[in-house]
Design a protein around this ligand. Structure first.
Ligand code: PRP
Ligand code: MG
Length: 173
């Protein structure tokens, strides 16, 4: 039986401020790299709060469904500019096993940046790659506002707002 942690948009906003304040005290990134897809909204929010407009993207997938991973993350695409001698901040929503952050860091290192740091909203206590900046350690499966419908599609017992509307409207494929 999977236990869920379901932050609201307000919880996310508070946590994003907490993470952003830690970054501002410690680091001056030139570029933010958002890990698609879950890292996109956190990266946009952090970018606006810390005032760094330059966001690039890396697409990598690890989870097929709730709690089930592939053997290793699959790199799908990289959308970055020249990162040489730049201070890079990698942003994702969560570090769970840490495989995704580790893989992305290894890829970004090949671009010879000056520094690589990472930020997530949450980290799992067992992660092998803690980000440099995060808000909370959470040991449950996290249902983010931006991926709750993906989770509910597989597990319709998850108690989220607007579930009835979702279940009536989504197209089953
Ligand atoms: C999730 C999450 C992180 C990663 C964390 O992404 O958004 O990127 O897993 O897990 P890890 O630390 O064990 O590697 P997912 O692969 O599900 O893709 P998504 O962001 O497109 O939903
Ligand atoms: Mg992800």
């Amino acid at each position: 039986m999977v236990e869920y942690f379901i932050p609201s948009w307000d919880d996310i906003e508070d946590s994003i401020f907490n993470v952003s304040e830690k970054i501002i005290k410690d680091y001056n990134p030139d570029v933010i790299i958002a890990i698609l897809t879950g890292g996109v909204i956190p990266a946009k929010l952090i970018s606006d709060i810390i005032g760094i407009k330059n966001i690039k993207y890396i697409e990598i997938k690890f989870y097929k469904e709730v709690g089930k991973t592939q053997p290793k993350p699959t790199l799908k695409a990289i959308y970055v500019d020249n990162l040489e001698n730049k201070n890079v901040l990698i942003v994702d929503d969560v570090s769970d096993t840490g495989e995704t952050l580790s893989a992305v860091s290894r890829v970004i290192e090949l671009f010879n940046p000056q520094n690589i740091k990472s930020a997530t909203i949450y980290v799992k206590p067992w992660s092998r790659k803690y980000p440099d900046y995060y808000d909370k350690v959470v040991d449950k499966w996290i249902v983010f506002p931006w991926d709750k419908w993906e989770a509910v599609r597989e597990h319709n017992e998850i108690p989220v707002k607007n579930k009835d509307r979702f279940l009536k409207s989504f197209i089953r494929k």
